[in-house]
Design a protein around this ligand. Structure first.
Ligand code: UGA
Length: 442
């Protein structure tokens, strides 16, 4: 099929490359000239394992090309996926200007039937709004207007494993309001379904939108739940990992997403929880559970600060090393990263903050110029009053504990990701604190 992808950021570029690899002819559109220039000269402008090789392959065989010209992208396509950003607004809802503009422009330029698919994460009812916007534009255009069929096809990829998640999804969900849209989306995904055998959930448009909201909100709730349990484990001398294991063996609960720690970050969960809460309130239902989910998540950073204060009394004029900046391993993404919040809070208290990350230091230099950056974790720890682990990179998990002890000024470790062997750390003479590893102190 001929497909266009509007917005070649993380979701858009991965989707474009994977669909091209499944045999479609894909055009990626973006209005960011620098990004387009990079892509045209063969560079993927962000870090995502395996994506550069995939983009190289599908651009070399001509199945993926890039343009800055929307009319050309619309002219090319039977299906247009919209993957533009929906950044959060101060009031909690997402900024939908970009997605609205794309719908208007597609309606202006369409010369034959086209399916317009929302892939950006948007509030349930965006499909209805887009249809309204498109109808207005078509009325303005008059009789030469072509039909634009709105559909929703949420994505469930995780950064860091985005190529695999997209090429071999657990499930495909799309919501449509016409036979033509449903048939075309079946055709888009037919090669993937044949290769992977994943289930397909076909729905109407608002139901597909709700599936995305509910999935991310549920996962975030799971994380805040396990983090709250971890905080109790700390107080009663229990071991959160064994608690999670014991719970996870119940087939109704399962093991995934029960890793307690410093809290979730990234461009999705924080924004999506806010957006779902905002949406539910705007339609007259107060989904207060989600308020609690956000508060527990923000509180996890405070848990780390409290543990530092327990060990060091006040923090002013102390030196703290933070190992890991990215919101999780496998990405250089710093959006809503717990490490960044923590560094900001420490800087505000007059702490000298040192930071190590294998790939994300460039972004830290821009976001927090006062943080001292190190490309070696042990050098970052040298002489520090304490170290906090904020991202469980392999380079950090595999640190030699005696070398870590020797490097630190005071042997204090707050493991915000429970990624070190706590018992071994204590045997090596470190004052080790995990999250919910109260059993180590009892
Ligand atoms: C998340 C969802 O997992 C994807 O399914 C979804 O498509 C995506 O948001 C999106 O809406 O675009 P992502 O933000 O890339 O993906 O990252 P995750 O791997 O889900 O991790 C999110 C955060 O939760 C990270 O900060 C991670 O450290 C934390 N986490 C995850 C935990 O603290 N414990 C866990 O057990 C798992």
């Amino acid at each position: 099929m001929n497909i266009s992808i509007v917005g070649v950021g993380h979701v858009g570029l991965v989707t474009a490359a994977v669909l091209a690899d499944y045999g479609h002819t894909v055009m990626g559109l973006d209005d960011d000239a620098a990004k387009l220039e990079a892509l045209r000269s063969g560079d993927v402008p962000f870090f995502e394992p395996g994506l550069q090789e995939l983009v190289d392959r599908v651009t070399a065989d001509g199945s993926l090309a890039f343009t800055g010209d929307l009319a050309r992208a619309v002219d090319h396509a039977e299906v247009v996926f919209v993957c533009v950003g929906t950044p959060g607004l101060p009031g909690g809802g997402p900024d939908l200007r970009f997605i609205e503009r794309v719908a208007v422009e597609v309606a202006q330029h369409a010369t034959r039937d086209v399916v317009l698919v929302e892939k950006s994460t948007v509030p349930a009812n965006t499909g209805a709004r887009l249809t309204q916007v498109i109808e207005r534009e078509q009325q303005r255009r008059g009789s030469d207007a072509a039909a634009v069929h709105v559909a929703s096809n949420p994505e469930f990829l995780r950064e860091g494993v985005a190529v695999k998640d997209t090429a071999e999804p657990d499930r495909i969900v799309y919501g449509t309001a016409s036979d033509l849209a449903r048939e075309r989306l079946r055709e888009v995904y037919a090669p993937m379904v044949a290769a992977v055998g994943c289930p397909v959930v076909e729905t109407d448009v608002p139901t597909a939108e709700l599936i995305k909201h509910a999935s991310n909100a549920f996962l975030a709730t799971r994380l805040s739940f396990i983090n709250a349990v971890a905080n109790v484990c700390d107080k009663v001398g229990a071991d959160i990992e064994l608690v999670a294991q014991g719970m996870g063996h119940d087939a109704r609960i399962g093991h995934a997403f029960l890793q307690a720690g410093i809290g979730y970050g990234g461009s999705c969960f924080p924004k999506d929880v806010d957006a779902f809460l905002h949406l539910s309130r705007s339609v007259g239902y107060d989904f207060g559970l989600l308020d609690e989910v956000r508060q527990i998540n923000a509180g996890q950073r405070q848990v780390v600060l409290d543990k530092l204060r327990d060990e060091l009394w006040h923090l002013t004029d102390k030196t703290i090393a933070i190992l890991g900046a990215a919101f999780k391993p496998g990405t250089d993404d710093l959006r809503e990263a717990p490490a960044i919040y923590l560094a900001e809070a420490l800087l505000e208290e007059g702490v000298t903050v040192r930071m190590y990350d294998p790939v994300a230091l460039g972004g830290v230099a821009t976001a927090l110029p006062d943080v001292k950056l190190f490309d070696d974790p042990l050098v970052a720890c040298r002489g520090a009053h304490a170290v906090v682990i904020a991202t469980e990179w392999e380079q950090i998990r595999s640190l030699d504990l005696s070398e870590l002890k020797a490097a630190l000024g005071y042997p204090i470790v707050i493991d915000g990701r429970n990624c070190l062997d706590g018992r071994a750390a204590m045997d090596a003479g470190l004052h080790y604190h995990g999250i919910g590893r109260g059993h180590l102190r009892s």
